[in-house]
Write a protein that binds this ligand. Structure first.
Ligand SMILES: [Zn+2]
Length: 498
C-alpha cells in the first residue's frame, strides 16, 4: 500500500488529507480565523509586574498581553520533584525578556495564560525541557509496558533537568523511533534557544497551534511516501521536520498555486461527507443519521434488483456497506455509539462475515473502535472513541439569516468550493472576470467576510470576481459565469469580491 498526505493551505482554511492507494481515508480541516495559540512559544517582554498577585503581564506580540503567574515560572528546575513546592515569588522585572508558552487561549476580556515551563508534544513523547519529571500516559495500563517505557525515557533523556512523558502511541512504537524523537526535540530545543537569543524583540519562536503539523505528526506512518503541499513556507518546514524526525524517507512535493484538494479529487469527496446518503458501487446505499445520543446508519438495496439470487445480492451489498461505513466513520470523525441496520440476510454465515469485514476495516482506524456481534434483527452496535470535532460541525452550520432548520454549508466551505472553480476559470488568460451567483443567505455571509482577499493577490491579480444574489439558487450551490469583456452588465446589488 502507498499513501500520500495532502496539505492544502489557503488564507482562511487549511486542511490535511490522507490518501491510501488514492482512496481518501482521513480529512482534517481547521478554520484559520480561530487562530489557536495554545502551545505556541514566544520570546515575550514583561510589561507590568503585579507584586501582590505574584504575576506579570507579558507582551508576546498579540492584541492583549499574556498573563504569567509565579507557579508557572519555576526558578529551580528540580523543585517539583524534590519537595513538590511551587515558587511563590516571581523573579522578573519590567522590561525583562522571558521564554514563555501559551497554555490557555485568550478570551474576550483576558489575554492568554502563559507558562515558562515549556511542554512540546511529539508523536511518542511530550518533551518538557525545564521540568525534572519522567512519566507514562495513563492510557497505557499494562504494567510491563509502563516499566519498559520509563526505563527507556530515563536512559535517553537529554539531561536530568529535562522532563519526558510517553504518549499512547509509544506503546507500539519501535524503540529507535522513540529515541529519534527525543533526540529531535533535544536539538530543536537548542535551536529554539538560539532563536530566542537572536531575536531582538518580542517574537513567535515555535507554533503548535497549527493543524498541519499536529496532524502530519499523528497520521504519518510507514506507508506514507509523499506529502504534497501548496505552500512554499509550509513545505520547507515540513522538509526540515521530516529530515530530523523520521527514519524512512518521505518526499515533500511543492505544488505552488495549485488547488491540491481539487487536483487529487478530494474536494468532491469532502462534499459527499456532508450528505446523509452515500451511494455504493454495487447499487446499494447507506444513509447516516445523527441523533443526540447515537448515530444510526441504514443500509439499503437498490429498488430494482436484477439479480436472481437475492440472498447473494444482499450479501454483496452488505459487505460493500461494511467497508464504506468504516471509511465514513473515520472520514467524518463520528464518535460515540453507532447502530447499523444491515439488510436482512437468511444465512447466519453471511451475517458473521459482514461483521468480520466491519471489524477488520475498523481496525485500520487510528481511533479506537469496538464492534459487537449482529443481533437477531440484523442490527450491529459499535462504539468509536470521541476525538476532536466531527467534520459536519466544521463545514455545516445553521443559517444565521433565515434560521432555516436544515444546516447548510458554512461560508468557509462555500468560499473554498467557489475558489476551486475560479482557479479553473482563470486558468484561461482570456478570462478577466467572473460572476458568482449564490443564494441570498450565502450572499449575506460571503459579502461580509474576507474570504477572497489573499486569493486575488496571490494568484490572479487583475482579475475581478463579482458576487450576485439570486433566490433561485439553492443554499448549497452556486453558478459561475466566466467573462472576457471589459464591460459587464450587473445588477445594482452586485458585490465586488476582489
Ligand atoms: Zn438562510
Amino acid at each position: 500500500m502507498k499513501s500520500k498526505i495532502l496539505v492544502d493551505y489557503e488564507s482562511y482554511m487549511c486542511s490535511v488529507a490522507l490518501l491510501e492507494d488514492s482512496v481518501l481515508r482521513e480529512f482534517h480541516v481547521e478554520d484559520k480565523n480561530t487562530n489557536r495559540i495554545t502551545g505556541n512559544i514566544y520570546k515575550g517582554r514583561v510589561v507590568n509586574v503585579l507584586p501582590g498577585l505574584q504575576s506579570a503581564f507579558v507582551d508576546i506580540g498579540l492584541r492583549k498581553n499574556g498573563f504569567l503567574a509565579a507557579e508557572d515560572m519555576l526558578e529551580d528546575r528540580t523543585i517539583l520533584t524534590r519537595s513538590g513546592a511551587v515558587p511563590t515569588k516571581l523573579d522578573v522585572r519590567e522590561g525583562d525578556y522571558v521564554l514563555v508558552q501559551a497554555v490557555k487561549e485568550p478570551t474576550e476580556t483576558k489575554g492568554p495564560r502563559l507558562s515558562a515551563n515549556l511542554s512540546i508534544p511529539g508523536r511518542y513523547v511530550i518533551y518538557m525541557p525545564t521540568i525534572d519529571f519522567v512519566g507514562v500516559s495513563n492510557k497505557i495500563t499494562d504494567e510491563g509496558a509502563r516499566d519498559k517505557l520509563l526505563a527507556l525515557l530515563n536512559k535517553y533523556r537529554p539531561s536530568q533537568h529535562c522532563g519526558l512523558i510517553a504518549r499512547t502511541a509509544a506503546k507500539d512504537a519501535r524503540k529507535s523511533d522513540i529515541i529519534d524523537e527525543i533526540e529531535y526535540f533535544a536539538n530543536s530545543y537548542i535551536s529554539l534557544l538560539d532563536k530566542y537569543r537572536a531575536s531582538p524583540d518580542v517574537s513567535l519562536l515555535y507554533s503548535d497551534g497549527n493543524l498541519i503539523f499536529r496532524t502530519v505528526r499523528d497520521i504519518l506512518n510507514s506507508t506514507v511516501d509523499e506529502i504534497v503541499c501548496n505552500s512554499p513556507a509550509i513545505s520547507k518546514q515540513l522538509t526540515e521536520y521530516l529530515e530530523q524526525n523520521l527514519a524512512h524517507p518521505v518526499k515533500v512535493t511543492l505544488m505552488q498555486d495549485t488547488d491540491v484538494l481539487k487536483k487529487f479529487g478530494v474536494l468532491g469527496e469532502v462534499e459527499k461527507l456532508l450528505r446523509h446518503k452515500v451511494e455504493l458501487s454495487n447499487g446499494g446505499s447507506i444513509v447516516i443519521d445523527y441523533t443526540e445520543a447515537l448515530t444510526v446508519i441504514d443500509v439499503n438495496s437498490a429498488k430494482f434488483v436484477g439479480n436472481v439470487d437475492h440472498e447473494q445480492t444482499v450479501f454483496e451489498i452488505n459487505c460493500e456497506a461494511a467497508k464504506e461505513i468504516a471509511r465514513q466513520l473515520r472520514l467524518r470523525n463520528i464518535g460515540g455509539m453507532i447502530v447499523i441496520d444491515f439488510i436482512d440476510m437468511h444465512d447466519p454465515m453471511h451475517n458473521a462475515q459482514v461483521v468480520d469485514i466491519l471489524s477488520a476495516e475498523t481496525r485500520k482506524d487510528r481511533t479506537r473502535t469496538r464492534v459487537l456481534p449482529m443481533t437477531e434483527l440484523g442490527l450491529v452496535q459499535m462504539t468509536r472513541k470521541k476525538t476532536g470535532s466531527e467534520i459536519q460541525s466544521l463545514l455545516l452550520q445553521p443559517c444565521s439569516h433565515c434560521h432555516a432548520a436544515a444546516r447548510t454549508q458554512s461560508p468557509i466551505f462555500m468560499a473554498r468550493r467557489i475558489k476551486a472553480q475560479l482557479t479553473d476559470i482563470f486558468a484561461d488568460p482570456m478570462c478577466t472576470a467572473a460572476v458568482v451567483t449564490v443564494n441570498p443567505c450565502v450572499f449575506a455571509d460571503l459579502s461580509k467576510g474576507e474570504w477572497f482577499d489573499s486569493f486575488a493577490g496571490d494568484r490572479y491579480s487583475g482579475k475581478r470576481v463579482y458576487l450576485v444574489s439570486d433566490a433561485g439558487v439553492a443554499p448549497n450551490s452556486f453558478r459561475i459565469g466566466a467573462k472576457s469583456t471589459a464591460v459587464l452588465s450587473l445588477p445594482d446589488s452586485a458585490y465586488l469580491l476582489t
